[in-house]
Write a protein of this length. Structure first.
Length: 345
């Protein structure tokens, strides 16, 4: 197939730091190219890919310009110069890059990387049947089941790129943004209650994140905590492999939390709340523990006493079976084939 992978224009593919969508795009574009498809990646010029790279911007503008309308528009105009060159467009952002091909009637698959906010619901409803959607978890699909889906495909990771360690060090890890819904404060309180050293690798970018971090989280931070900023991929892999557990105390229906399989593939259990895709990713009592949002600090602290019940090899095996790059690529191949066949008939 001739496939256009259309990444958002804000970050490079793969990203230099934080950027879950861009990691998925990188693995997918490479995987599809390796399987013999003719793949063009529309991203930024500082991206690295096994596909053919096409771009409007030499370098990524960076996270502070995410959703910037000018970058979005220029990127879209560049992407759809020759629509006849592709059998299917796979779009990863919901703005003009999605609306333009739908308006033109092009074969279009859109991955639902975000949540169904009122704004997104209105947008997707207005698109009608001109788009075929891919949900990244069954939980996500259940929140708007009326959309025309091409399938459910879990995000995948490049399993061999992640180090596996059975012997862990005496600290727990929080890795993510400082938004209240991500639960960094609950992670801090859990580590404090357990008396366990905590490493916090946190991205603080937006105003609400800065306010929560400075006013709520920092005053509660225990003395034995290590606070890092946004880490590189190499630093992330090192932390994930050494931590004795990753704390994932979200309080929103996150469609797919990539840090969960990233931790598990390193043999590191995850202690999470039962929101969004968590029950589909973490096998409670086998690859980590699922505890309540309301009493997360106390329950997570108690589960930290039971980490010897978790087999690191079982954590990695679950990711290999369900959340590998290969499983993701096969899932998207099937989705694209459905869309192309539907149009042909």
């Amino acid at each position: 197939m001739r496939i256009a992978e259309v990444s958002p224009p804000w970050l490079a593919v793969p990203p230099k730091g934080y950027g879950g969508i861009e990691w998925v795009v990188a693995l997918l574009a490479d995987g599809l190219a390796e399987r013999g498809h003719d793949v063009t990646l529309f991203a930024t010029g500082d991206s690295v890919t096994k596909a053919r790279l096409d771009y409007a911007f030499d370098t990524a503008p960076g996270p502070k310009l995410i959703n910037d309308i000018w970058h979005d528009t220029i990127h879209t105009l560049h992407t759809y110069r020759h629509p006849e060159d592709f059998d299917v467009f796979h779009v990863h952002s919901p703005w003009s890059a999605l609306v333009v091909p739908a308006t033109l009637g092009l074969p279009l698959v859109h991955t639902l990387h975000g949540s169904f906010t009122p704004e997104m619901r209105r947008l997707y409803a207005a698109m009608g049947d001109r788009v075929r959607y891919v949900a990244i978890s069954e939980n996500q699909r259940s929140h708007m089941p009326e959309l025309p889906y091409a399938g459910v495909v879990y995000n995948g990771i490049d399993v061999p790129a992640y180090p596996f360690r059975k012997q862990k060090e005496d600290f727990v890890l929080f890795l993510g943004r400082a938004h209240p819904d991500k639960g960094v404060l609950r992670a801090v309180l859990a580590a404090k209650q357990a008396g366990t050293p905590l490493v916090v690798a946190v991205k603080v970018a937006h105003e609400d994140e800065e306010r929560h971090w400075n006013e709520d989280v920092l005053p509660a931070m225990p003395a034995n905590a290590t606070v890092l900023g946004e880490v590189t991929n190499a630093e992330k892999l090192d932390l994930l492999s050494r931590a004795k557990a990753v704390l994932f105390p979200i309080d929103w229906d996150e469609p797919f939390g990539l840090v969960m399989p990233e931790a598990m593939v390193c043999g590191t259990p995850v202690i999470a709340t039962p929101r969004g895709s968590v029950p589909e990713i973490v096998a409670d009592g086998e690859t980590g523990f699922v505890v309540s949002v309301e009493n997360y600090p106390a329950e997570a602290a108690a589960r930290l006493e039971r980490l010897d019940e978790i087999d690191p090899a079982a954590c990695r095996a679950r990711v290999e079976a369900r959340f590998s790059r290969e499983a993701m690529v096969e899932g998207y191949e099937a989705a694209f084939e459905r869309v192309v066949a539907e149009r042909s008939s």
